[in-house]
Design a protein around this ligand. Structure first.
Ligand SMILES: [Zn+2]
Length: 343
């Protein structure tokens, strides 16, 4: 019931690297088995992760200009109104949740993950990740007790400047909305269509199908499966952590938290070995109600890079923005094989 459809295009050039003899180059177009949206594998090997040493950014001058460093976080960041959260900020261990001064939505908060200005991937350990996600979930629950009008919960993360993150001090976006964005909406609608057509949860089917095929199945933990995406959204691929039996914020328990942090830490170990130091992430919860049947909790993690460190061009260009067509320069299947060593 899950089809992985591909189409190969080919073009011929006279190749200057081989005395202008004819050379045929192939591009693979793939179609997402849930949404039908296309993406392509092209430009193989032409983009490599660029590793930047950002420890040099951790200076007193940079910290003094950072709103999330102490003491600025208490003086220049906004506070929640007392009817929502007496005290203004939600504290959990070393993390705190604050309102976004430039909100995207009705409830648009930030989890400041650490008091440290720079937290390299090596230090995004399981305890650090658990504390951050726990703080975000506490905020979700806090709002859910007071306001049920906004059913969609997402945690988004821009880590380091290639991802579009404007501040290097690590922080996650904690968003509660009735307008959850195109990707979320399309994913939810297509999951519902699949459920109505086949009577099954697509996410459970995807995990078991990928496990049997052994092409993009990185590994599993007790309650989650981890995959490389068949149609990645990023030039350096995309990774999925799927929790088939978990749906809403109300199902997100200690085991789920532990596995989410554990899976991410393994992925980050791979990133470190591959020279990747920036990513976008989305963690998508189902809304309470009917969608619980067909939409499982899932995380999508997309590595990002500058194309080079001289001009620092973005890895998002007209293909992705104007044509709305993601392209990837690696093979998800080869990347999966590499990742298995970290599982
Ligand atoms: Zn800072």
């Amino acid at each position: 019931m899950i089809d992985f459809i591909t189409k190969t295009l080919s073009t011929t050039i006279l190749d200057p690297r081989q005395g202008f003899s004819p050379k045929t180059i192939e591009t693979e177009v793939r179609y997402d088995p849930l949404t039908g949206e296309s993406g392509r594998l092209a430009h193989f090997g032409m983009i490599k992760p660029q590793k930047e040493d950002f420890s040099s950014w951790d200076t007193p001058e940079n910290r003094s200009r950072c709103p999330f460093c102490s003491p600025n976080i208490d003086t220049v960041t906004p506070r929640f109104p007392p009817e929502l959260l007496p005290g203004g900020h939600l504290h959990r261990g070393k993390t705190r949740v604050i309102p976004n001064i430039a909100p995207y939505d009705q409830y648009s908060a930030l989890t400041i993950i650490s008091p440290e200005h720079i937290v390299p991937l090596e230090k995004l350990t399981i305890p650090v990740l658990k504390e951050a996600f726990t703080a975000g979930l506490e905020f979700f629950h806090l709002v859910a007790e007071k306001d049920q009008e906004f059913p969609y919960h997402t945690i988004a993360w821009n880590y380091m400047p290639p991802s579009g993150g404007g501040l290097v001090h690590p922080h996650q976006q904690v968003i509660i909305s009735d307008s959850p964005g195109n990707l979320y909406r399309k994913t939810m609608e297509k999951s519902r269509d699949y459920y109505r057509r086949y009577g099954k949860n697509y996410w459970k089917e995807l995990c078991s199908t990928e496990k049997n095929r052994e092409e993009r199945f990185i590994g599993e933990l007790d309650g989650s499966c981890w995959l490389t995406s068949f149609v990645p959204l990023g030039v350096l691929g995309e990774f999925w952590g799927i929790f088939p039996e978990i749906n809403t914020i109300f199902d997100f328990d200690e085991t789920t938290l532990e596995e989410l942090a554990n899976g991410l830490e393994r992925l980050f170990q791979y990133f470190i070995s591959a020279g990747i130091y920036s990513f976008n992430m989305g963690l998508f919860f189902a809304p309470a109600g009917e969608a619980e049947e067909y939409l499982s909790l899932h995380a999508r993690i997309i590595p990002r890079t500058f194309l080079n460190l001289l001009q620092k061009p973005s890895d998002i260009n007209a293909l992705q923005l104007v044509l709305q067509e993601p392209f990837t320069v690696i093979s998800p299947e080869a990347q999966c094989a590499e990742l298995k060593a970290f599982w």
